[in-house]
Structures are given as C-alpha cells and as structure tokens.
Write a protein that binds this ligand. Structure first.
Ligand SMILES: [Zn+2]
Length: 447
C-alpha cells in the first residue's frame, strides 16, 4: 500500500480529537506515529511539549549554506469532534471505498500531514540535503487556541521553530472563475477581535414592567444597530487582485468602485454565493453576534446582559481603528454599553512575489498547466498566523484533484462525511516531494 495512504489511515485511527479541554487531543499518540515513520528513514526528530499528552513533533534537517533560507512544512495533528451517527461511514476507521478515504481529518488536515511527511522524506531521498534547513513540524491544538502547539512553540522555542518560509493549510482548492480554472492560495488572514458588549439595567418584578429599566431592550438596540450597519468596503491590493483574476472585467469594475460595490457583490452572489461570501469577507470589517446572555428568570426584569461579537479585521486595520468603527456604528447607544475586547490577534499578510510563490506556480503548472494561482485573504485563522506575525512568509497551499473545489472543501470542513480521494492525496504528496528542489532553484535564480 502507498505510504501516504497508510499513514493517513493511522493518523485518523489515532483519534486525536480536540474538544478545547486540556485532557482531549492526545496528540502524543500521533507524534509517536510520526517518530516511527521518520525513524525508518534514519531521521531523528524531537518531541516538544508544554503538556506531555499535547505534544508536537519537530524534525529539522540542516542545510549546507548558512545564507540560504529555511523552508518549513507546517501541519497539525488534532481534529475536531465528529457526531458518529450522522456519518455514512464511521469517522475514525480510515475506511477506503471506491478510492476515497473517509474519516475525521481527511481534509483538515491529516491528509496534508501525511502528504508532507512522505513528501519530506522523498524530497530528501532525491537530494540528501538542500541549501537551507528543511523542517517538518506537526502541531497539537490547532483546533483550539494553539496554546499547547503554535502559540507555545513560537513563544518558548522560537530558536527551534523559526523559519523563513512556510507552507501550511487552507489552499490549493479548485475554483472555476470567469477567467478559467484557478487554484486558491491562502496568502493572509484577517485579524480576530472578539469583543464583549455589556449593558446594565435595574432588577424589578416582571409583573410590573411600566417604566422599568430592562437590560434586554438595551441589547436589542445594539443588535438592531448591528443588523442595519453597512461597513464600507476596503479595496486593498490583495482584494483587487482577487477580483481582477476571478471575475469578468465589467463585474470587477463594479466591485472596485465604492458606489457600485454592493450591487456587484449581489451580482456575484446570484451565480456563486460561496465566492461572494469570500469576496465580502476579504473586503470588509465583519461583525457577527455570536453569544447573547440576558436574564435567568422569567418574572425578573434582567439587570444585566452581554453580547459577544466575532469581529474580523482587514490588513491595514488594527485594534484601535476597528474599535473606532464599532463605536461609530453603536454611537446612539454608547452611553448604555461597555465595550471590552477579550481576544485579539492582528491581521497578517505575506508577500506576493517570492521564490516560494514562484516554486508553487512552477510545480503546479506541471500538474495543472491551465490553472492560475489565485491569492486569497482568508477570514478564518490557522496556525500559520503565529509565524506570519513574526515575519515568516507563509502560504496555505497544496494540490488536489478537481473534485476538491473550494465549495466541496467548505462543506466537508468540520462537517459530516469528511473524505479525500486517493488521487488528491497522491497529488499532495507529489507537491511536497517536488517543492523543496523547485524552491531552492528559484531562490538561486533570485540572488
Ligand atoms: Zn486545519
């Protein structure tokens, strides 16, 4: 059996389910799987941890030229939970049916983890070593906060996990555009600003609400202002490229004009709602109410309420500018509310033209000669953000067959019946096998 297939099956069966609880995950089991895999090729990696059961696996093969940039394959070992009864095939057995491998993690992202591991040793088999360090890093805790994985390692072991270039997840999906077939590449991520709105009222008896001071109505007012808000589009360079590459020139012109932007977006939504959502996300500060808590007894007028907002901010914005925008929207009720940011991570974006980008384009053209690479700004977050934040150039990319469209991926991600075709897995493995040589060739040329 192919090694990438058996490795993916084992990673799925290891069932490293991360619920957000420190006792879940158990990524140490998959660290041992990887340790055994790399040992058979004579490579000795390192297991790093803040909490032993939540271990990370690191393998760095030193380069021979001190001036050459390092290249890291970065992946994660944990998966989100699966509701078994909703699946057509069991989620933790790694069953293959009609050349499709089923299981939690089959697209997010144990498939890439397996392809990266096999590609890593295959690349080194061809070359023995490269100018710069070649690094493989499999992380714990990506599906929660990263506090046992990326956050911990970039804070406490930066000397070990630092790298100049990195490839990770959330890219390589097929997208039919107005200008021909494309493959998406995740070049940046929006910032996260989770914000709590608190209101106060006055407790009194629910049987006599006349002139009462009810916290629920204050929350309702905030919600209405948010529902009616329309944040202006921000037409940054990456968004302009996304639009120009994916849409006909007439729709593109609409989207790049402040007055016509909303109409243009509606037009895209009619044909391709999934792509319209991405385009909206890539051009707007977004605010989504997620949690509301008000009152706990029906006959008491509630005296307090909280509303938690998921706010995502664009490159070029920061906490202060986003808070100013929120205050502008909530202006009519600012006297009644308290605003507190309880989680913040800045937006992050890697460069457009680099030797790694050229290598990705080059390797891709060997498999999909007609496809263009379409850079994207992603609304969600991955562990790559911890490295981008420290100056590493990070791209989310891999190769898959044409069944893995951006929409198919979005459906399977964290959903039921997660699965990957064996052909997609092979393309990913080929990609990671070919990329190191191509990258150092492009780096030589760029000197
Ligand atoms: Zn993932």
């Amino acid at each position: 059996m192919r090694e990438d297939v058996s490795l993916l099956q084992e990673l799925i069966r290891n069932k490293c389910v991360n619920t957000g609880d420190v006792k879940s995950g158990n990524e140490i089991i998959s660290c041992h799987t990887l340790e055994r895999f790399f040992n058979t090729y004579g490579y000795e990696g390192e297991i790093l941890h803040k909490e032993e059961s939540r271990s990370n696996y690191l393998l760095r093969v030193p380069g021979y030229d001190k001036k050459a940039p390092s290249l890291m394959f970065q992946c994660h070992l944990d998966v989100v939970p699966a509701t078994e009864e909703d699946w057509d095939l069991p989620p933790f057995e790694g069953i293959i049916q009609d050349d499709v491998l089923w299981g939690r993690g089959a697209v997010d992202m144990l498939n890439i983890t397996a392809a990266m591991a096999v590609g890593f040793v295959k690349a080194l088999k061809q070359k023995t070593s490269f100018p710069g360090d070649l690094i493989f890093l499999a992380l714990a805790d990506e599906e929660a906060s990263g506090q046992y994985g990326a956050d911990f390692l970039t804070k406490h072991h930066w000397d070990k996990v630092q790298c100049d270039y990195q490839i990770s997840e959330l890219g390589g999906f097929h997208l039919a555009t107005d200008n021909g077939p494309a493959l998406t590449l995740a070049r940046g991520e929006k910032g996260v600003m989770w914000t709590r709105i608190s209101v106060k009222g006055t407790a009194s008896h629910g049987s006599m609400p006349y002139k009462s001071d009810n916290a629920a109505y204050k929350i309702a007012k905030v919600l209405q202002l948010l529902a009616d808000q329309n944040t202006a589009p921000k037409l940054h360079d990456l968004f302009k490229d996304m639009v120009a590459q994916s849409l006909t020139s007439s729709i593109a012109a609409r989207l790049l004009n402040f007055e016509d932007h909303d109409l243009g977006l509606d037009q895209v939504f009619e044909d391709n709602p999934g792509w319209a959502k991405f385009l909206h996300s890539a051009s707007h500060l977004s605010i989504s109410p997620g949690v509301i808590r008000i009152g706990d007894k029906v006959n008491i007028v509630p005296d307090r309420g909280v509303l938690d907002l998921d706010i995502r901010i664009l490159p070029g914005e920061n906490k202060d500018s986003a808070l100013a925008e929120l205050r502008r929207i909530l202006e009519p009720c600012l006297n009644d509310i308290d605003i507190e940011v309880f989680e913040y991570f800045p937006p992050n974006l890697s460069k457009k033209d680099t030797p790694l980008k050229k290598a990705i384009t080059q390797v891709t053209s060997g498999h999909f000669p007609k496809h263009q690479i379409l850079d994207m700004l992603i609304g969600g977050v991955t562990d790559g953000r911890y490295w981008r934040n420290k100056g590493t150039c990070v791209y989310g990319f891999s190769l898959f067959d044409e069944e893995l469209t951006l929409n198919a991926y979005s459906e399977r991600l964290h959903g039921k019946n997660e699965r990957i075709s064996l052909n997609s897995l092979k393309l990913s493995t080929d990609f990671f096998t070919e990329i190191p040589s191509s990258f150092y060739r492009e780096w030589e040329l760029s000197k």
